[in-house]
Design a protein around this ligand. Structure first.
Ligand code: ATP
Length: 454
């Protein structure tokens, strides 16, 4: 095997996602709509895996965190109280020459409108205005009237739905701080700098967990969650050298944050925020107490009252998926042929195994492969493929990151064994057909690390 190492570009990932049906530009037949994507079959499967792995780590395997699913459109006063109406803004500049708009603090990530494209402000012809603040919330109207009184917002984060339910959950969940509330759902931001594929979307699926703690314990829990989230990525195979923790300077923190550390991933566009872990202090509960008149505080059995501090790990499935795809992408030459392979962690991979009859027109092979497929699909997402040359079928599976292929061949007809082919090492071994299910269950439980880890 020969590595064909060249720097990975976003275009390579975009075209693989398109070619293999992970992600399509949204509304494509109408010319698309900026920074919005539709997920195809393998994209949906991968997203489902990421969501359930997160949920498992954050809720299922813990005693101290419960789930919530709040509405997308909340009473607009929520966003006034939270500070989003006044402060959820990015600095915007216009270019008088190319007529495009850019985020003033991220000019290095944007391309100017002229050819050859440069970063805005890079050439003498660029004529940028002074920055002005632009609110990222999408506005809509609720009910039949379309005036100021009916104005509402699509949520720009899921967190506020959690804070406004603090009392409901704290009363019913029979937990005391430290305890957390986790939520997964769509969030919407009218981002200024489009582009960069799944990294910056106008509609994305956020996964946030608000962890309510006694104030003196906040720093300790902040450190705990930074490390817990970092571990989660490493356990799912993300390479250590592509992941780092970066603490925000005081001037980059959001309006609510006492301290924030980002988990950054080395995307093809450079080191960028994958997940933020913020110490939001008592900001949100205090604001909602003041504005709603409902006391959002904790009362200990001995009568002591306090407003818990909040530690928040926040991420989107979309940014995680992009990081996993970039980390997994590989090209190599095997024999005299090049292959593209996604070395995804088996638990992240959209399809866990392919079942392939070597000669599909052979009834013995076809029948056994189909039966094996029908057995396995009751437990795992697997695929049956009987069209085309076997080499081509393996390559298709490599490109979507399927960790194993079970091939039914001549020898199966003699001794009821199949070959199992490993996506990463290309090693092949034989297994009794009756033992495949157990083998696959077991393989999915094993630790996995990228063959390229240092
Ligand atoms: P940025 O500085 O990149 O705009 P942010 O600091 O505003 O991000 P947060 O408000 O901390 O982002 O959002 C928490 C998480 O939600 C981010 O770490 C990221 O994983 C995800 N996220 C935020 N905005 C987007 C977006 N436009 N597209 C995809 N994911 C997003």
């Amino acid at each position: 095997m020969t590595e064909t190492a060249k720097p990975l570009t976003m275009d390579t990932i975009v075209s693989l996602c398109r070619r293999r049906g992970f992600v399509f530009p949204s509304s494509e037949i109408y010319g698309g709509i900026g920074s919005t994507y539709d997920y195809g079959h393998y994209g949906v499967l991968t997203k489902n895996n990421i969501r359930s792995l997160w949920f498992r780590a954050m809720v299922q395997e813990r005693d101290d965190i419960v789930a919530l699913d709040s509405a997308i459109i909340l009473n607009p006063r929520v966003w006034e109280a939270s500070g989003h109406v006044a402060g959820f803004t990015d600095p915007l500049v216009d270019c008088r020459t190319c007529k495009l708009r850019f985020r003033a603090d991220q000019l290095d990530l944007a391309s100017c409108g002229r050819k050859p494209s440069k970063h805005p402000g890079e050439t003498p012809d660029c004529d940028l205005t002074e920055p002005r603040q632009f609110n990222l919330m999408f506005e809509t109207h609720v009910g039949a009237l379309q005036d100021e009184s009916s104005a509402a917002y699509l949520r720009p984060e899921t967190a506020q739905g959690i804070f406004i339910n603090f009392k409901n959950v704290a009363q019913l969940a029979r937990r005391k701080p430290p305890f957390g509330i986790a939520q997964v759902g769509k969030s919407f931001r009218n981002e200024i700098t489009p582009g960069n594929f799944l990294f910056r979307l106008r509609e994305f699926e956020q996964m946030e967990m608000e962890y309510f703690v006694p104030p003196p314990e906040a720093d300790e829990w902040h450190r705990y969650w930074i490390e817990a989230r970092r571990r989660w990525y490493l356990d799912l195979g993300l390479r250590d050298e592509n992941l780092r923790v970066r603490e925000h300077d005081a001037d980059e923190r959001s309006h609510y944050s006492l301290a924030t550390s980002d988990l950054e991933y080395l995307y093809p566009i450079g080191w960028q925020e994958l997940e933020g872990v913020a110490n939001r202090g008592e900001y949100d509960l205090t604001q909602h107490t003041r504005e709603s008149g409902t006391k959002l505080e904790w009362i200990d059995p001995d009568g002591t009252r306090y407003t818990p501090y909040v530690i928040e790990p926040a991420v989107s499935i979309d940014r995680i998926m992009l990081a996993f795809l970039c980390d997994a992408y590989d090209e190599e030459v095997v024999g005299d042929r090049e292959r593209v392979v996604l070395r995804l962690h088996p638990r992240v991979a959209p399809v866990k195994a392919a079942i392939l009859p070597l000669v599909p027109r052979d009834d013995g092979m076809a029948g056994r492969a189909r039966a094996l497929y029908e057995e396995l699909r009751r437990y795992h997402q697997v695929e049956h493929d009987d069209s085309g040359q076997i080499g081509r079928r393996y390559r298709r599976q490599d490109e979507i990151g399927t960790p194993w292929a079970f091939t039914v061949d001549d020898q199966t007809l003699e001794d009821e064994t199949v070959t199992v082919r490993d996506r990463d090492s290309l090693a092949q071994e034989r297994l009794p057909i009756g033992g495949v299910r157990e083998w696959l269950d077991d393989a999915l439980q094993q630790d996995w690390s990228s063959p390229h880890s240092h």
